[in-house]
Design a protein around this ligand. Structure first.
Ligand SMILES: Nc1nc2c(ncn2[C@@H]2O[C@H](COP(=O)(O)OP(=O)(O)OP(=O)(O)O)[C@@H](O)[C@H]2O)c(=O)[nH]1
Ligand SMILES: [Zn+2]
Length: 212
């Protein structure tokens, strides 16, 4: 992943002392032409006529679809000084999560609840969902995705604590294999006070709607 720092905000009045970090993750080595050839080979291997009118353009579509699913959108990580000394939890509930399981290349999807206890700075609210997408648009396992979101926020925001819960249904578990339709997997990652302080931890899970 590569990151670059954007221009500082031009409005330097105290109310607008925000800082921005441009967060960029490209398609990390996606070779579209090779992917297209591989999809054509897969169709042939599956006994399909990859040259038929219906399938002729499918390799191109699939290659582009995977490239898109593996490339999170760029965003500015905008933070503001915590001038009011806000010291309670900030929690964004029910952030949609869509990712691809690295074992079967099938989607898993659900919601994330992401919260933090502010330190010196607070975060633009939309950025919690942006960070989820940053790691979800990858080949993933849910546990790693959960930890990456928490670790990244801890590193870049330096809050007093951070917590992430993800609840997701894996199509590899519901459409095929065990076919446990409707089963959702819940994972969590906590850092700082949300991990160490029982009251904060309990409050985070309560606000997330998870009974711990
Ligand atoms: N821990 C974890 N496992 C996952 C995740 N996504 C998929 N899996 C599991 O990865 C495992 C891969 O196991 P294998 O036995 O190699 O694959 P399989 O033969 O297709 O297994 P079945 O799904 O049981 O048919 C399966 O149990 C999947 O349910 C995830 O995010 N986290
Ligand atoms: Zn899977």
């Amino acid at each position: 992943m590569s990151e670059s720092v954007a221009q500082p905000a031009s409005d330097a009045s105290p109310d607008h002392q925000h800082r921005r970090l441009r967060v960029v993750r490209g398609q990390d080595g996606v070779d579209l032409a090779a992917a297209q050839r591989a999809v054509a080979d897969l169709l042939t291997a599956l006994g399909r006529d990859a040259t038929s009118e219906h399938l002729a353009d499918t390799p191109r579509r699939v290659a582009h679809a995977y490239a898109e699913l593996l490339a999170p959108r760029e965003f500015n990580l905008t933070t503001f000084p915590n001038e009011e000394g806000y010291d309670e939890l900030v929690l964004a509930r029910d952030i949609p999560v869509q990712s691809l399981c690295e074992h079967h290349l099938l989607p898993f999807q659900g919601v994330a609840h992401v919260g933090y206890l502010p330190g010196d700075r607070i975060l633009g609210l939309s950025k919690l969902a942006r960070v989820v997408e940053l790691f979800a648009r990858d080949l993933q396992v849910q546990e790693r995705l959960t930890k990456q979101v928490a670790g990244w926020l801890q590193e870049h925001l330096a809050p007093k604590g951070v917590g992430v819960v993800i609840e997701a249904e894996h199509l590899c578990m519901s459409m095929r294999g065990v076919q446990a339709r409707g089963s959702r997997t819940v994972t969590s990652a906590l850092q700082g006070l949300l991990r160490e302080d029982p009251r904060s931890r309990q409050e985070f899970f309560a606000l997330s709607g998870v009974h711990a």
